[in-house]
Design a binder for this molecule. Structure first.
Ligand code: AMP
Length: 187
């Protein structure tokens, strides 16, 4: 199974991604986690990404594609993947599709986690207290939501046009969201 999770910050991509990947026995690939690992290790890529992430902007397409795509290929060779946080722009999706064609890595379904804006803010500010992420400050969150609206939300139509999109009401308990996702997964 090959799945993409799309959603604004705070929509539960990480939580649902982890749960679903475990349940389905597929690799959970979280673009933000991969980037944070590079930052923590102090690699060249991490140093380049750190300031961009702190502002809540997107790292360049070629950087994230080089980081994610080899892992996607490896996961396809195993049981499949659940990608959360990639692609985040239509350009990334188009480029990934070109690279993916060769190894049949195209997604079987795309899940869009839909949550009202006030609830996103509430969740992120609560997460800031427990996780201490450098990009969960109020100004950065506002920018990340703007980046989602401008750069990432066009992906929803992109995948709808391809017949792959499922809109999930993610303003429910974690268990109910997981159940709603499992219900729409292709057989
Ligand atoms: P996340 O953990 O998914 O919220 O991602 C945290 C940050 O990592 C984002 O705000 C971006 O700065 C960066 N990032 C994650 N995924 C991507 C991507 N696909 N393209 C560009 N930047 C990304």
């Amino acid at each position: 199974m090959k799945l993409l999770l799309i959603g604004p910050p705070g929509s539960g991509k990480g939580t649902q991604g982890g749960r679903l990947a475990e349940r389905l026995g597929i690799e959970h690939l979280a673009a933000g986690d991969l980037l944070r690992a590079e930052v923590a290790e102090g690699t060249e890529l991490g140093r380049e990404a750190e300031a961009i992430m702190k502002r809540g902007d997107l790292v360049p397409d070629d950087v994230i594609i080089a980081l994610v795509m080899p892992r996607v290929e490896a996961a396809v060779a195993a049981n499949g993947y659940l990608l959360d946080g990639f692609p985040r722009t239509v350009e990334q999706a188009v480029e990934a599709r070109k690279l993916a064609e060769r190894v049949d890595a195209a997604p079987d379904a795309v899940l869009y986690l839909d949550v009202p804006r006030e609830e996103l803010m509430r969740r992120i500010l609560a997460r800031a207290e427990t996780e201490g992420r450098a990009d969960d400050t109020e100004d950065t969150v506002r920018n990340r939501l703007k980046v989602f609206d401008e750069a990432t939300s066009p992906l929803v139509d992109y995948y709808r046009q391809r017949g792959l999109l499922h809109v999930i009401d993610a303003d429910q308990s974690e268990d109910d969201v997981t159940a709603a996702i499992v219900e729409v997964l292709p057989g």
